[in-house]
Design a protein around this ligand. Structure first.
Ligand code: GDP
Ligand code: MG
Length: 256
């Protein structure tokens, strides 16, 4: 069901980045060129989160030389993937947002499909790498296995039918993200807090197949051992809201 037909004005691309000096030039050039060619009004908000390499200088340079829609910001301490995204949400101006990774794992062409679906009226557009048409390239084996088990358990708990909840690469109308506040996950667990809350709170959503590729530069930072309990915590919290809050936090009516 589609709740709103209002055309969107500006697409904010939020990219949390920590020590991504090598990946960012290519990632940002790809997004900028495809979005510009598609005529999408956008801003690219890269949130530098305490990088110890030259990420910040690289961003300043790209903004001046080649990517005018880039607006880099620095997340002050305390750091954390989730905190950086929340900082980016608070410092971006679009009425639609898409969360993408700095390591070029997400496809700008998919982000463009998200934009068009948001404009058709969906509150949220999710991608799945694990439905017909979806694709993963060089996904590390253990990580893939953990991912599939985690997504199966989330699906069991929420009965929402989505099989790629944990992937951060999703797009939202601003009204939907704001309807998920207060956002409380400080780390990678924000990647499940937003979609689960949006679903539980009654925002409309749809899914398309997407592709994902492993990074070419730098190292992956998600530590499954450290994050497991945090994912469990946030899923439990939203699960309790779903079954015991008597709809107190539900999105009421069409105010998108
Ligand atoms: N703000 C912020 N971003 C981070 C942090 N760790 C990783 N990222 C970013 O999150 C995205 C995904 O990280 P990555 O290392 O590729 O994780 P993985 O591929 O899921 O293991 C990239 O854009 C990283 O730069 C962090 O501590 N703070
Ligand atoms: Mg990655």
């Amino acid at each position: 069901m589609i709740s709103c037909n209002k055309q969107l004005r500006l697409y904010s691309v939020l990219i949390p980045a920590r020590d991504e000096e090598e990946s960012l030039p290519e990632t940002l050039a790809d997004i900028y060129s495809l979005f510009t060619a598609a005529g999408i009004p956008h801003e690219i908000v890269v949130i530098d989160d305490g990088s110890r390499d030259k990420t910040w200088q690289v961003l300043q340079n790209l903004k001046i030389t080649s990517i005018p829609t880039l607006t880099p910001v620095q997340n002050p301490e305390p750091h954390g993937f989730g905190r950086a995204i929340i900082y980016g949400l608070d410092h971006s101006h679009g009425d639609a947002v898409v969360i993408m990774m700095a390591d070029a794992s997400d496809s700008p062409a998919d982000a463009i499909k998200y934009w068009h679906l948001l404009n058709e009226g969906w509150d949220c557009v999710f991608g799945s790498r694990f439905i017909k048409g979806g694709k993963v390239i060089n996904y590390p084996k253990v990580k893939l296995w953990v991912n599939r088990v985690a997504n199966f358990l989330v699906r069991l708990g929420f009965r929402h039918g989505l099989n790629d909840t944990t992937n951060a690469f999703k797009a939202y109308r601003r009204t939907a993200v704001d309807g998920c506040r207060p956002l409380i996950a400080p780390h990678f667990n924000l990647t499940v807090e937003i979609p689960l809350k949006a679903i539980v709170r009654g925002f409309t959503w749809t899914v398309i197949p997407i592709s994902w590729k492993n990074r070419k530069h730098g190292v992956a930072k998600l530590k499954i051992k450290e994050m497991g309990s945090r994912y469990f915590f946030i899923c439990s919290y939203v699960w309790l809201e779903k079954y015991f809050s008597r709809g107190d936090y539900k999105h009421k009516g069409n105010n998108s």
